[in-house]
Design a protein around this ligand. Structure first.
Ligand SMILES: Nc1ncnc2c1ncn2[C@@H]1O[C@H](COP(=O)(O)OP(=O)(O)OP(=O)(O)O)[C@@H](O)[C@H]1O
Ligand SMILES: [Mg+2]
Length: 261
């Protein structure tokens, strides 16, 4: 592993315990304890002018706590839509999504936003860094949304930047960082709350192969050492091969799955 981005933050303990305290108690069901993500027959249709686009046509998928799953498939097959729906960024037209026992549809918008900020991290190209904020200010945003006080938020954001070996560039704005460094800030922001689940949409898509490998190694280390669950959309078969499972989509449905370990 590249020393430059070796994991330096102390290991987190009692993930399970922490999560259950952040979830509304009445929504935690014992039935969904094994799978942290439960996607059941989800349908999503977009209205585009007079046309309807059936982006998800009944997708079901369960992901175990601590799993690293790759979602692959041709452009337009519904991968980003699935991530948006499964994380509660977008609403579904049919089916059910349960995260750590919480049915997303039963949460109010406000509760869902807080739930996301506390339990999930996002490495999305479209969910980008805010250009007017420095790296550390970008990273501390999810903490501020979660209600963490500013002083503690700053300290934890600096620690997250240290995890991705960028503490020395904490005051740089995104425009003053390389593409790979920006993606590392994205990852620091996704991890700052020590989420249970990280959703990544082509996290290495815009990077050269060496930087892509560094980012993948960082995610693998976090998965192995901190037990984070990763769902990674990728076009890169080499990334897929390093995940526990590859789920292949085509035209709004899952067509195959293969397990690696
Ligand atoms: N907001 C939207 N309004 C209308 N149609 C949409 C919208 N978002 C996605 N779509 C359509 O839904 C389908 C699935 O799109 P999605 O972005 O999920 O594909 P994808 O698998 O992520 O593709 P890519 O690999 O190119 O990122 C496509 O036909 C797309 O045009
Ligand atoms: Mg996409």
């Amino acid at each position: 592993m590249n020393q430059e981005i070796a994991l330096t933050a102390p290991a987190t303990t009692a993930r399970q315990e922490r999560t259950s305290t952040t979830l509304p108690a009445q929504r935690v069901s014992t039935a969904a304890q094994t799978a942290i993500i439960n996607i059941d027959n989800v349908v999503k249709t977009y209205e585009s002018g007079s046309q309807q686009v059936r982006a998800l046509k009944g997708v079901s998928l369960s992901v175990e706590r601590g799993e690293m799953v790759a979602i692959m498939g041709p452009s337009g097959c519904g991968k980003t839509t699935l991530l948006n729906c499964a994380s509660g960024l977008d609403v579904v037209d049919g089916g059910r999504i349960t995260i750590a026992g919480a049915d997303l549809a039963e949460l109010s918008d406000k509760t869902r936003t807080t739930f996301r900020a506390r339990n999930m991290g996002f490495v999305f190209q479209t969910y980008n860094l805010l250009p007017v904020l420095s790296a550390v200010e970008n990273v501390e945003l999810p903490l501020i949304v979660s209600g963490v006080n500013p002083r503690e938020a700053r300290q934890r954001a600096l620690q997250a930047l240290e995890t991705v070996s960028l503490r020395q560039l904490a005051n740089n704005r995104p425009a003053q960082l390389s593409g790979g460094q920006r993606q590392r800030v994205n990852i620091a922001r996704a991890l700052v709350n020590e989420p249970d689940i990280v959703w990544a949409d082509e996290p290495t898509g815009a990077l050269d192969s060496k930087t892509a490998d560094d980012i993948m190694q960082l995610m693998e280390t976090l998965n192995r050492e901190k037990g984070l669950t990763f769902v990674i959309v990728t076009h890169d078969p080499a990334i897929g091969a390093r995940c526990n499972r590859v789920v292949r989509m085509r035209d709004g449905v899952i067509v195959s799955e293969e397990s690696h370990k």
